[in-house]
Design a protein around this ligand. Structure first.
Ligand code: AOF
Ligand code: ZN
Length: 368
């Protein structure tokens, strides 16, 4: 793998990431056309239903694409979806070499795009900066292969592992930089999920407020088995471009359900599980609505249910340099917990970042 290949692929990955939070349910993809060591075309996929990255880059290159190398972060598609197959455009443009970072996990493509290019006599190199490409599209990889949303759990605790005082005061444990970062996460993921307890206690708006403005609001999902969310709650009456979904169980008070619907919320009835709502079924339902990722902003009970159900893929765990104390002050993960240490959930591929005074531990759950 040459230095040039890595350099141009890095450029394509940076282009792809420009559309972070904007391409769902499609992947982020970037492409660069290089001829005689010069970039003659570049582009990225801006949102679902619009042209793919390769098309933008090839259009910009025009005639110069003939005999050039195309760098693309995802294997070119060969199917007719919302747009036509990119392999045909690549072949027509007479590109002589294609370098891809990762094969497309979409079962409709899955290696067939690369095969089509090879069949047309184009040299193909794949696997350049593959792990970076996979990480960039970790949400897409899970969603397109399982139709389930990628679950990200975010929490903020003190150094002694508390998310509130003994009286329940929780605003704010972390500082402004960490709280601003959370808005970037809301901008990035499709949905945000909390329990009705959090709505009743804190009345969060769950919208995205970026310092520069222009963020995307996530779909707001409230676990509320008995439809207790008050009509005065911000999740109901604070304007958002995205809907609010109140998740109940069968038998929730019908007049409350109707009132929430009349106030503009969607009510999704999901079977009851061991402890409230069956979260595995809920995730399937959200996946069917093309919600590819969910940011769980918990409450101890909700976090506990997701952790116990082994439903979390990634965590953002903020730690504030404060000590709260109090035996009865809650920690981030409620529920019955575990008895044996060997059953603890392990987190791997840790990345530590400073966020103002706070620390953010980002990592991935180890699957059983
Ligand atoms: C993208 N952007 O730059 C590339 C994609 O519905 P369609 O027609 O847009 O096709 C979406 C599929 O195309 C997607 O799941 C992936 O497999 C493939 N490649 N998609 O949205 C792109 N290159
Ligand atoms: Zn395509």
């Amino acid at each position: 793998m040459s230095i040039e290949d890595k350099l141009y692929m890095q450029m394509a990955l940076d282009l792809a990431a420009r559309a972070m939070g904007r391409t769902s349910p499609n992947p982020m993809v970037g492409a660069v056309v290089v001829k005689d060591n010069r970039v003659v075309g570049q582009g990225y996929h801006a949102r679902a239903g619009t042209p793919h990255a390769e098309i933008h880059a090839l259009r910009e290159a025009g005639e110069l694409a003939g005999g050039a190398t195309l760098y693309v972060t995802l294997e070119p598609c060969c199917h007719h979806g919302r747009t036509g197959p990119c392999t045909e455009a690549v072949i027509q443009a007479r590109v002589s070499r294609v370098v891809v970072a990762m094969t497309d996990p979409n079962p409709l493509v899955a290696g067939q795009g690369i095969q089509k290019l090879k069949d047309a006599g184009i040299a193909v190199t794949s696997g350049v900066l593959e792990s970076d490409a996979c990480r960039l599209n970790e949400v897409f990889i899970k969603y397109i292969t399982t139709r389930l949303p990628y679950v990200v759990l975010k929490t903020a605790m003190s150094m002694d592992g508390k998310i509130a005082t003994v009286r329940g005061e929780s605003q704010w444990i972390t500082g402004t930089a960490a709280r601003a970062y959370v808005h970037q996460l809301r901008d990035r993921y499709d949905a945000i999920l909390v329990g009705a307890g959090t709505v009743l206690a804190d009345d969060p708006a769950l919208t995205t407020r970026l310092p520069e403005g222009g963020g995307k609001d996530p779909v707001r999902v409230v676990l509320d088995s008995q439809a207790r969310t008050p009509l005065s709650a911000r999740v109901i009456n604070q304007h958002s471009e995205a809907p609010t979904i109140i998740v109940t169980v069968p038998g929730a008070p019908p007049e409350q359900v109707r009132a929430l619907q009349e106030a503009g919320a969607q009510v999704l009835e999901v079977p009851g599980g061991k402890d409230g709502i069956d979260l595995a079924v809920l995730l399937q339902e959200l996946g069917q609505r093309e919600i590819t990722s969910v940011l769980v902003e918990g409450g101890a009970r909700v976090n506990g249910a997701f952790i116990t159900g082994h439903l979390v893929d990634k965590v953002y765990w903020f730690i504030a340099p404060k000590i709260i104390g109090g035996t009865s002050a809650p920690g981030p993960v409620g529920g019955p917990g575990i008895v044996h240490l060997q059953d603890a959930l392990s987190i791997q591929d840790i990345n530590l970042t400073r966020c103002g005074e706070d620390i953010c531990v980002e990592g991935y759950t180890v699957k059983l």
